[in-house]
Write a protein that binds this ligand. Structure first.
Ligand SMILES: *Cc1c(COP(=O)(O)O)cnc(C)c1O
Length: 374
């Protein structure tokens, strides 16, 4: 028998979530388009498989860098593909033109490089303003001048006006007022500039009518996880795309007072039926998952006890006496969201999904199963 850890990627769920994003972007009578963000190997779900599954639906795709874009072009993806960090050096511009990639321009160095290197084909540029995240993007004061400079270049085609929200996923007051501040800064400094606009990530698309614009850029939402750190009604409409599976590989009865795992960080208070699961941090399961983090065994929740190790973790099976070695377990997916596990590990679902590693991946699509290994 091979090691039972595996991820099952439900591509029908991905399509469902894309349609949900589409519906959100059509709210209030707007007709915004939806870029499927598939950077970082589609947040750990496999960029090629996900892009192919969305090839008939998606208005466009977005990735972080040219390597990720070429992977999609090489399997025949024809939609616009946006490089979210643009380009890092002039040598990339030829490939960018040849493969018709859209680029984000977010700093002065990129602007100068575009002025110095004549483009071999017409490019769409997404001009990013730093409206308050203070990471990348042009300062609001310089935005209009740079727009003019780029617009004067012969091979620059459409210029999409773009910004990124820092706090749209944050709870209530602080997040809301800062998001409205960013939206106002962006609006003020793009007044009367022609061109399409793009603002919203997943959280912006769900919660901020004024962030919904011509082009919306959801990532996490497509994978069926909520971007919000608190409970949010959108969760009911999302279908988790990834299910992380493994199985019980051993069961032992240990007496009260036993120290479990590395660092003996858990000590049993009572006689305990302890189970070992074949999954660990080398597979992407978070090492910092606290004691009590739930795992589904035969559909029932049991708590992790002791530290997560590289290839294994331990759970308390005392409450399910029928559990036996070989029984399947779910680490996240279905009724146990990656967001819930993330909270138990002081992290976010983004990181859990992206960190998937080593485990074989199976793709499920309209009743067919295709296997692959990451
Ligand atoms: C990654 C990314 C997104 C997607 O963000 P989610 O929170 O996953 O929806 C959108 N825009 C930009 C610029 C990004 O880098």
């Amino acid at each position: 028998m091979s090691r039972p850890a595996k991820a099952i990627i439900n591509l029908d769920a991905l399509q469902h979530n894309y349609q949900l994003a589409k519906a959100l972007s059509h709210k209030d009578g707007s007709d915004g388009k939806v870029i499927a963000v598939v950077k970082a190997d589609a947040y750990g779900h496999g960029a090629v498989a996900c892009a192919q599954a969305l090839a008939y639906q998606a208005d466009a795709f977005a990735v972080a860098c040219i390597e990720e874009a070429l992977e999609l072009r090489n399997v025949g993806i024809e939609q616009p593909i946006l490089l979210l960090e643009g380009f890092f050096e002039a040598s990339e511009l030829n490939d960018i033109c040849r493969h018709k990639l859209d680029i984000v321009v977010q700093n002065n160095e990129q602007v100068s490089l575009l002025e110095q290197h004549p483009l071999s084909a017409q490019l769409t540029i997404w001009l990013k303003m730093d409206s308050g995240m203070n990471r990348v993007g042009l300062m609001p004061e310089e935005y209009r001048d740079i727009w003019m400079r780029l617009n004067a270049l012969p091979r620059v085609g459409d210029i999409v006006l773009m910004t990124h929200l820092a706090c749209a996923d944050e709870a209530e007051d602080a997040g809301q007022s800062y998001t409205h501040h960013q939206l106002a800064v962006f609006e003020q400094n793009t007044l009367r500039l022609p061109g399409k606009r793009s603002i919203a990530n997943s959280a912006g698309l769900v919660d901020y009518a004024h962030a919904r614009a011509d082009w919306n850029r959801p990532g996490l939402l497509l994978y069926g996880a909520s971007p919000f750190e608190y409970e949010h009604p959108i969760e009911k409409q999302l279908q988790p795309v990834m299910e992380l599976h493994s199985a019980i590989i051993s069961i032992k009865d240990i007496p009260a007072g036993s120290r479990v795992g590395y660092g003996s960080q858990w000590v049993t208070q009572e006689p305990t039926r302890q189970g070992v699961i074949a999954i660990g941090y080398a597979d992407g399961y978070p090492r910092h998952a606290r004691n009590g983090t739930p795992i589904l065994v035969n559909g029932k929740r049991v708590p992790i006890i002791g530290r997560v190790s590289m290839d294994m973790l331990t759970v308390d099976l005392t409450d399910i006496p029928e559990a036996k070695p070989g029984d399947p377990v779910v680490l996240w997916g279905g009724n146990l969201s990656a967001s819930e596990v993330a909270r138990q590990a002081d992290t976010i679902p983004y990181q859990l999904l992206c960190n998937l590693n080593r485990v074989p991946v199976e793709y499920k699509h309209a009743r067919s199963i295709i296997s692959e290994t990451v």
